[in-house]
Design a protein around this ligand. Sequence first.
Ligand code: JFH
Length: 239
Amino acid sequence: MRIDVLSIFPSYFDGLTLSLLGKARDAGILDLRVRDLRDWTSDRHRTVDDTPYGGGAGMVMKPEPWGLALDEIARPSETPAAERPTIIFPSPAGEVFTQKTARELATREHLVFGCGRYEGIDERVFDYAADLGEVRLISLGDYVLNGGEVATMAMVEAIGRLIPGVVGNPESLVEESHEDGLLEYPSYTKPASWRDHSVPDVLLSGNHAAIDAWRREQQLERTRRRRPDLLPTDQSSAS
Ligand code: JFH
């Protein structure tokens, strides 16, 4: 998979090139390229923002650098049968990113992430990008960040670990693929007693049927308490 990131703060992404995703890159599974949007400016100040038409607070990202960058990065590939890229713009006004989104995006050959700053990007950039590929505006969650970089890092990490050969232990991904939409059961390791807190006896019993039943019960209980929105409602499980 190829992932291009466009940002005015490319050094934000230095952390992504470490550890898990670094291994995928070394193995040639993931080609991650982070580019500075200002490389597509031509004025002395490398300007990427301007005042909003219609007034209002803050600045908006100008379309021209985005257009030139997308022409170079998202243009149709030299490879004849290659897929068009999926072009993702993190946005507080986008569809919410979930594990389902990550699984879907992990099947794509080429992702381009456009990281906005200020109050966002001139709307025409999204229209133009739709001529080059599939455009997705995606929100990391219902809170406002200062720009698209942190959202892009979270998405690249969530997508990257789903690419075959990226996660060290493929068994953990097999387990996730059988996911039931419940929260995880609690995990413990040695010692069996620590600072007056002991590991539940059932986990030391060697009774695997009892362990499976206990874990399932824990998942249900934790989901009911912390994330009741994840449980099927009478409505969604009716008929
Ligand atoms: C981003 C920013 C918009 C104005 C609510 C009402 C008015 C500040 C680019 C993603 C998620 C982001 C995100 C993604 C890209 C950009 C800052 C945008 C407004 C806010 C103020 C610029 C933020 N999940 N949260 N935030 N900003 N809006």
